[in-house]
Design a binder for this molecule. Structure first.
Ligand code: SF4
Length: 355
């Protein structure tokens, strides 16, 4: 494809493109709505624009809407999709239906360079950033998801290692001329890259989730290498000091490893960290990546880690809640198709094309 990718362009950028040809801002909005809301891939089917504009767009632009290459459905109704972009990079998207809630979990990179040792995406290596258009396309091109209610940036990659494209994707997802999802229903999840966190909190109204893993810096550094450069404590202070705008929510995801980060000492420190703040704590079960799951007990796994029991997770939740901290236990989805948290890319290798 050559020319300008319309999926990934703002209404203003489209206007700047067509203004010299004598077209108006409202034509630009019609083009954006045709792409993002009507999901029309064929420029000659765009709505509410003159034929001459269609012909001009056809010469210099392309819609940028493309379908996933493959999909696999979980027993629980979740669907995992494999995308392949024009450069051959592969990345995955997960659709998670839950009653009226229809969540799409998007990737922001092919692979990841953060190197968290327990994560399948980290083991897949880093193959490149996704553009804003490639991120938005994961929301508007899914054949079985006509109208997602929520979007979470929790797929492959560290979103704030690709901040410009993520911020632009958030703008397009929440704009009236765009996909038009409420900012309170879009959540970006990060292991914590301080400059990216500051830019994101300043330039977006969407929700932020920090993946914490441990309240103790020394221990967190062994689980999340980024801790050594960008300590979580610093980021939590920034989150606390940022006022909440509109329906924005800030939270931490706390993946629970049995006997590793679920001791009473950890609980006391979590309470100390979040008491009196507006930050919510989501307790998340740990999912072993398949090569580790199928091995002899701990055979392949240098750390020997397993998830905390559900009793222990409920105990943490109970104690956080009675300390005045908003807390919940997240249910696992899509484990059978490796679509759960930390498992994306576990069926892929560098040249992978199939599940
Ligand atoms: Fe990257 Fe997140 Fe996996 Fe860490 S946990 S390697 S940041 S995808």
């Amino acid at each position: 494809m050559t020319g300008t990718n319309l999926c990934g362009s703002t209404a203003d950028e489209i206007y700047n493109l067509i203004k010299p040809l004598g077209f108006t801002q409202s034509h630009a909005v019609s083009v954006a709505v045709s792409v993002y809301r009507k999901r029309i891939a064929d420029i000659f089917q765009f709505q509410k624009i003159p034929k001459r504009l269609m012909e001009e767009l056809y010469k210099t632009t392309y819609s940028g809407i493309f379908s996933p290459a493959e999909s696999i459905r979980s027993e629980d109704g979740s669907i995992k999709y494999l995308f392949r972009n024009g450069e051959g990079m592969v990345y995955e998207t997960v659709y998670i239906p839950e009653g009226k809630r229809k969540t799409v979990c998007v990737s922001t990179q092919s692979g990841c360079r953060m190197g968290c040792p327990f994560c399948a995406t980290g083991k897949f290596g880093f193959h490149g950033n996704l553009s804003a258009g490639e991120i938005v396309n994961q929301v508007i091109s899914l054949p079985d998801v006509p109208d997602p209610t929520h979007v979470v940036f929790m797929g492959m990659g560290e979103p704030l290692d690709n901040t410009d494209n993520v911020l632009k994707a958030c703008r397009i997802l929440t704009a009236e001329w765009g996909v038009s999802v409420s900012p309170g229903k879009v959540t970006v999840s990060t292991v914590g890259i301080t400059p990216g966190v500051i830019d994101f909190l300043r330039d977006s109204d969407c929700n932020l989730t920090l993946s914490l893993y441990s309240p103790f810096s020394g221990q967190r550094g062994t689980i999340v290498p980024a801790e050594r450069l960008f300590p979580a404590r610093e980021i939590i202070e920034i989150m606390k000091n940022f006022g909440l705008k509109g329906k924005r929510r800030m939270s931490v995801a706390y993946v629970m490893f049995g006997g590793v980060n679920d001791t009473d000492e950890h609980l006391v420190e979590l309470i100390h960290m979040f008491k009196g703040s507006h930050i919510r704590v989501n307790l998340v079960p740990f999912h072993k990546i398949p090569s580790i799951r199928e091995a002899e007990p701990y055979g392949n796994d240098p750390t020997g880690i397993t998830s905390s029991t559900s009793e222990r997770m409920l105990y943490f939740k109970h104690n956080l809640v009675i300390s005045g901290i908003s807390a919940s236990v997240r249910r696992s989805r899509g484990i059978d198709v490796n679509a759960a948290c930390g498992l994306l890319a576990s069926g892929l290798n560098r040249s992978s094309r199939h599940y």
